[in-house]
Write a protein that binds this ligand. Structure first.
Ligand SMILES: [Zn+2]
Ligand SMILES: [Zn+2]
Length: 85
């Protein structure tokens, strides 16, 4: 009965959205004074790294890249940095 949840579309999606190692070419260094999102870096939740990439999709695995901090924690950190400067 466990196998019922693993349908063919889920399986093919997992096969397509796999990290090919290309993302490491575009890997973004951590900015010193600003947040990664503020400096234009995008996060791939599949490859689990930040990339310097103009497109909306990951150059490596093809999933849509995250461009905004998702939690309030990140936003608060952003505010703190601005206040310190
Ligand atoms: Zn990747
Ligand atoms: Zn990726």
């Amino acid at each position: 009965m466990i196998y019922q949840t693993l349908d063919i579309t889920q399986l093919t999606q997992k096969l397509i959205m796999v990290c090919k190692g290309i993302c490491y070419k575009y890997k973004a260094k951590k900015p010193l004074m600003t947040s990664r999102y503020a400096s234009g870096q995008k996060r791939c939740s599949n490859c689990e790294l930040f990339v310097n990439w103009d497109g909306t999709n990951c150059p490596c695995c093809g999933i849509i890249l995250r461009t905004n901090p998702r939690g309030t924690q990140d936003r608060q950190r952003l505010l703190l940095v601005k206040q310190q400067r």
